[in-house]
Design a protein around this ligand. Structure first.
Ligand code: MF3
Ligand code: CO
Ligand code: CO
Length: 270
């Protein structure tokens, strides 16, 4: 397995990729992001989450790519769609979206062996002011986490940047799920925590690839997983939001592999 990958592993088991590998990640990331862009006009009151998932599955196939989630640990869908108080891993189904619902759609594709993993928030119909703030804070928390990425920084620096932004807005960071290394595998070391203390955790090195995917709740951070073994919800039923990018560490900072080609990662600021 190791021989099939160029590059080396750090003592924390984090793969250091070859400079040429960034191009493969960029292609996979661009496809995942473009699929999420194309979904935007379809997220309307009356749509079902299963219909949205079907569009995603078709788009992955049309691109000649593979869905990373279909068949993953028994999961059967091309996306996770997490509505309102669902934190993550919502299963697409016959649920009908209604005006004002917020939802995270999370897609992971495999292109030429490279994984592109991204998620973002959508609104069906009209966005309330309180909800708009949740989305803005979650988006900005992700971008502040990415801004902390550079060689010599630590994973604790990323977590701290996210947590301090969220808690200053009196919202909470979910602890039960984290980002992850990826590349030619879906989930690899390290666990990328969305909270933490500056200077703690493994040091970032050029060539590391990982996701940052903070989940933010309007209420308390605790979650529970429903009887379907996937759907994670807030225990206090408060609204939850999430944004996810796949990034690579460059000599000077981060390359974001999953930037929206249409510049529409975030529903209200483009
Ligand atoms: N894409 C998710 C992540 O960000 C993982 C989904 S796994 C699934 O890591 F099986 F639930 F689809
Ligand atoms: Co991920
Ligand atoms: Co994801």
């Amino acid at each position: 397995m190791d021989e099939t990958n160029r590059g080396r592993l750090t003592r924390d088991g984090i793969r250091i990729h070859h400079p040429d590998d960034f191009a493969g990640m960029a292609r996979a990331g661009a496809l995942a992001a473009r699929i999420l862009d194309d979904l935007i006009p379809h997220v309307v009151p009356g749509a079902t989450t299963a219909a949205l998932d079907r569009m995603i599955e078709d788009a992955v196939k049309d691109a000649g790519a593979t869905s990373a989630t279909i068949g993953y640990k028994g999961y059967r869908h091309a996306s996770c769609i997490s509505v309102n108080h669902v934190v993550c891993h919502g299963i697409p189904g016959d649920k009908v979206l209604k005006d004002g619902d917020i939802l995270n759609v999370d897609v992971t594709v495999i292109v030429d062996g490279w994984f592109g993993d991204t998620s973002r928030m959508y609104v069906a119909g009209k966005l309330s002011r309180k909800t708009e703030r949740l989305l803005e804070v979650t988006h900005d928390a992700l971008m502040k986490g990415i801004a902390a990425v550079k060689p010599g920084a630590t994973f604790g620096d990323i977590g701290h940047a996210i947590q301090s932004h969220v808690e200053a807005q009196r919202m909470s960071v979910v602890r039960d799920f984290c980002g992850h290394g990826l590349g030619q595998v879906f989930h690899a070391p390290p666990n990328v925590l969305h909270y933490g203390r500056p200077g703690t955790g493994p040091e970032l090195e050029e060539g590391m690839f990982f996701t940052i995917e903070p989940m933010v709740n309007l209420g308390r951070p605790e979650t529970k997983v429903l009887a379907d073994d996937w759907t994670a919800v807030t225990r206090d039923k408060s609204l939850s939001a999430q944004y996810e990018h796949s990034v690579g560490v460059t000599a000077t900072g981060a390359e974001i592999f999953t930037l929206s080609p249409a510049g529409r990662f975030h529903p209200t600021y483009g």
